[in-house]
Each structure stands twice: as C-alpha cells, then as structure tokens.
Write a protein that binds this ligand. Structure first.
Ligand code: BYC
Length: 324
C-alpha cells in the first residue's frame, strides 16, 4: 500500500511522486485525494465528454421510438434510451466529484467547448440503423468501457461497471434486430446491409485518432486514466466484428480486410480522417441539429429545475425553523 502521510507542507514534487506511485500500485484515486491539476482537468474533459455522448446519443435512437415496428420493439427501445439518460447522470455525478458543476458542463456542451462522440452526428435513416447502433455503436463503446472499468479514478471506474452491464444488453438487442433483418426478406436483408455499410466506419472512429495523432493518450496512459490505446481498442473491435458479420451472412464493408497470421490480427483499410476531423469540429450531418435540440430540451426543462430549487429552499427553511 502506498500510504504516506500527506500534510499541507508536503512539497508538490513529493506529492506528484506519491500520486504516481499510488497509480503504479493500481490503487484508485478518490475525490478527496491530492491529484495534479492536469490529471483533474484531463478527467473532467474525458468524463464530461463521455456523459455528453450518452445524453446526445439518445437523439438518434429517440427518433425511432414512435416508428418502432412492434409494441415489444418500442418498449425495448424506450428502455434502452432511458438507460442512456441514466448513464449520462451517473457520469455527470462522477464528474462533479472533481469540482465542476453540472451547469458548467452543460454550458461547455452547448457552446461547443466540449465534444461528444462523433458517431451521434450521423442520421438514423431506417429501422436497420437501430440494429446497427445497438450492435456496432454499443459494441464499440463496450470495448472501450471494459478497459475503463480499470481506470485510475475511483468514481469513474465504478460507474463503468454498471454501465458496461447495461451496454451488453443494448448490444445484444441491436444484434438481435440485425439477425431478424439479415435472415428476413430480401428487402430486410438489404436494409441490414445498408445500415452496416453506413455505421461500420463511423463506429471505428469512436476510438479516436491514431495513437500517433492522439493528443491526450501518452499522459492518460501514464496516469492510467486510459488503460489501452485508441488503435489497440479499435483493432480488438475490428477483429471481433468479423465473425459477427459472417454469422449475419452480410458482406464486410471493408474490401481490404485480410487476416495477418504474423500479427494475429486483421489488417484493414485506413479511415477517412478528414471526415472524422470535420465531424468532431462541428461539421457533421447532424451537429447543429443535435445541439439545437439539446438547447431546446434544456430550456423547456427550466421550470423543473426552478421548481426543484424552490422546493429545496422551502425544505431548508422549514428545517431551520423547526431547529430554532
Ligand atoms: N468523437 O487525444 P485523443 C455510448 C477528440 S456513448 C468525438 O485521442 P482521448 C452510447 C478528443 O475528445 C459512449 N471526439 O483523446 C450512447 C480530443 O478532443 P479534446 C462514448 C473525439 O480523450 C448512446 C481529440 O479528439 N464513450 O456508448 O485521449 C447510445 C483528440 O483525441 C473522438 C466515451 O466517451 C470521437 N470519436 O481519447 C448508444 C468513452 N475521438 O477533448 C451508445 C470515453 C477523439 O482535446 N472516452 N475525440 O477537445 C474515451 O475513451 C476517450 O476520450 C476517447 C478519445 C478514446 C474517445
């Protein structure tokens, strides 16, 4: 156990050494522990963006709740979208333990200072897209989040454990939609193929830029905020998806895909990085629409926040009166 007494007079370099030793020993950093400001800011950045992704991620699927093909599908999709709201809430709460308020995070999202996952700026055009999102988008998210269960910040790691359990369920419901479509009529199979073709590449972009281009990876790996690199996680996802596509009897969208015996992995085409940067910088198909919708929902909900604040104030005043 790295458990040395920290006092107000401990020099900064010694604090940093103890902090890194704790991380190297696989101990979790908790909210009241000393941490370098850059660690705190990096976590706030990643965790708040993760929370925003969950919340904005409700929009593409929310678009299909009224058009789900059966009552059962509607109920399942509704539950999934509610789960995403829950994930956003755990993650906002976990981020608040680092000393930032929910209101500050929301402002950063709405003014474009904070990002959210690029994938949610692609439109959902068909019911097949609900299958592809559950299967590929939640599948990619799980790949990443399983490794984040071992992230060094305690509240983030713990939130990932519950989120991963729910995401696995989401992934299976998406894959089940794909199985039904892929084994259905020729028109349904075409729909499944079209969704796979459109969502495959943006799903690979969810893992972020190549390691050589990743601004935050080196420090995040040293601090064990990230446990695996962008390229390693992407490779894992590419490898695991091949047999899933085969089982569906669909064509793989990557015509250059080839097993590399020496590496023990599939070689694949590179991604369209111009598209990636264009989307993360606000110019994807749906960026403006997503933020406008968020702003409207936030404004429409103002009365709820005001009512809660008024109720809490009344409660505090009553408690103070009773105590007097
Ligand atoms: N999209 O240095 P890098 C879900 C940004 S939602 C947008 O590699 P890092 C679901 C990156 O932020 C689950 N931006 O960054 C919900 C940075 O910009 P800033 C979402 C991206 O942080 C509803 C810059 O590019 N999962 O499952 O080391 C329905 C340089 O990148 C993206 C998470 O959020 C991107 N794809 O690594 C269905 C996981 N990629 O901040 C499903 C948590 C990169 O300097 N996040 N950027 O302005 C992470 O693991 C990491 O933040 C990333 C990026 C791997 C995404």
């Amino acid at each position: 156990m790295v458990n040395k007494m920290i006092t107000n007079t401990t020099p900064e370099t010694e604090l940093e050494r103890l902090f890194q030793a704790k991380i190297d020993a696989e101990q979790k950093i908790e909210p009241k522990d000393w941490m370098p400001d850059a660690y705190r800011q990096n976590l706030i950045r990643q965790m708040s963006q993760h929370a925003h992704s969950e919340v904005i991620g409700m929009q593409p699927e929310g678009n299909w709740i009224t058009r789900a093909p059966s009552l059962r599908r509607k109920a399942v999709l509704l539950s999934k979208v509610q789960d995403e709201a829950g994930h956003g809430l755990y993650l906002y709460s976990a981020t608040e333990t680092l000393g930032i308020s929910r209101a500050e995070m929301i402002t950063a999202l709405q003014t474009g200072t904070a990002k959210y996952a690029s994938i949610f700026n692609y439109p959902t055009q068909t019911w097949g897209d609900m299958g592809a999102i559950g299967w590929l988008v939640d599948g990619a998210a799980i790949c990443n989040q399983v490794s984040l269960q071992r992230t060094s910040y305690g509240p983030y790691a713990r939130s990932m454990i519950r989120i991963c359990k729910e995401e696995s369920f989401h992934q299976r419901q998406g894959y089940q939609i794909m199985i039904e479509l892929a084994h259905g009529t020729p028109a349904q199979k075409d729909m499944a193929q079209d969704s796979l073709n459109r969502f495959y590449w943006p799903s690979l972009m969810m893992f972020g830029p190549h390691d050589s281009e990743s601004a935050h990876s080196a420090r995040s790996m040293k601090w064990k905020i990230k446990r695996e690199t962008n390229d390693d996680l992407r490779q894992k996802f590419i490898d695991q998806t091949v047999s899933q596509i085969n089982y569906l009897g669909l064509e793989h969208p990557d015509k250059a895909l080839e097993w590399n015996e020496e590496r023990g992995h599939y070689d694949s085409s590179d991604l369209d990085w111009d598209e990636f940067y264009s989307v993360i910088n606000g110019n994807g198909h749906c960026n403006r629409q997503r933020i406008q919708h968020h702003v409207k929902a936030h404004e429409d909900g103002a009365w709820v926040r005001e009512a809660t604040a008024a109720y809490n104030l009344k409660k505090e005043q009553r408690l103070a009166r009773d105590a007097a």
